[in-house]
Unconditional design. Structure first.
Length: 189
């Protein structure tokens, strides 16, 4: 291309200005804007980390009080199952679950005692519970288990229904789940 082929005068100046603006836009969108966005993102992450650090420091200041409160409680009484043996603790757990089921309006069809397992300083006592009831009653039972003063964990939950109806809330559901509680291992096996 010959330099004499380029426009001169006003049209040449406009072309030069357009090329310059295009160059600035390419530099802006290709380099400056991504760096600017990266910087904003990093500043936001830093601000979030500062807020998290502040929250963690607040929580850490409560740790000594929580440790002293935990040490002051008798671990045998703090939401643990009562019983001098695993069999007695399992029987008390079964009795407690039976009372909750009756209060919720359900009837247990089976309650199987599972072998106890030692977990650190604790014996884990478990039962497999089976029942057939409606969904609202089952939810009431699970809610009662959750609100129990004795810490009871629910695991291995299975639901089964043989029929389909327009009102699934009144549909009888066969449910089975494992409930577990803990007792101090030093009390005997």
């Amino acid at each position: 291309m010959n330099p004499t082929d380029l426009p001169a005068g006003r049209s040449g100046q406009m072309l030069a200005l357009a090329i310059a603006l295009l160059g600035v836009a390419v530099v802006w969108f290709g380099a400056i804007s991504p760096v600017w966005d990266w910087y904003d993102h990093q500043a936001q992450r830093l601000e979030e980390r500062h807020a998290l650090l502040h929250r963690m420091r607040q929580v850490a200041t409560t740790l000594p009080a929580l440790r002293s409160a935990a040490g002051a409680r008798n671990p045998d009484q703090a939401g643990m199952l009562e019983g001098a043996s695993d069999a007695i603790a399992a029987a008390r757990l079964q009795e407690r679950i039976q009372q909750m089921a009756t209060t919720a309006g359900a009837t247990l069809t089976a309650a199987e005692t599972l072998p106890a397992t030692k977990t650190g300083e604790w014996q884990k006592v478990s039962l497999r519970i089976s029942l057939t009831t409606s969904w609202p009653v089952l939810m009431d039972l699970l809610d009662a288990i959750e609100r129990s003063p004795v810490r009871i964990l629910v695991d291995d939950v299975h639901f089964h229904s043989a029929t389909l109806v327009n009102r699934p809330a009144v549909l009888p559901i066969q449910a089975s789940f494992v409930v577990s509680g803990f007792r101090p291992a030093k009390a005997g096996a």
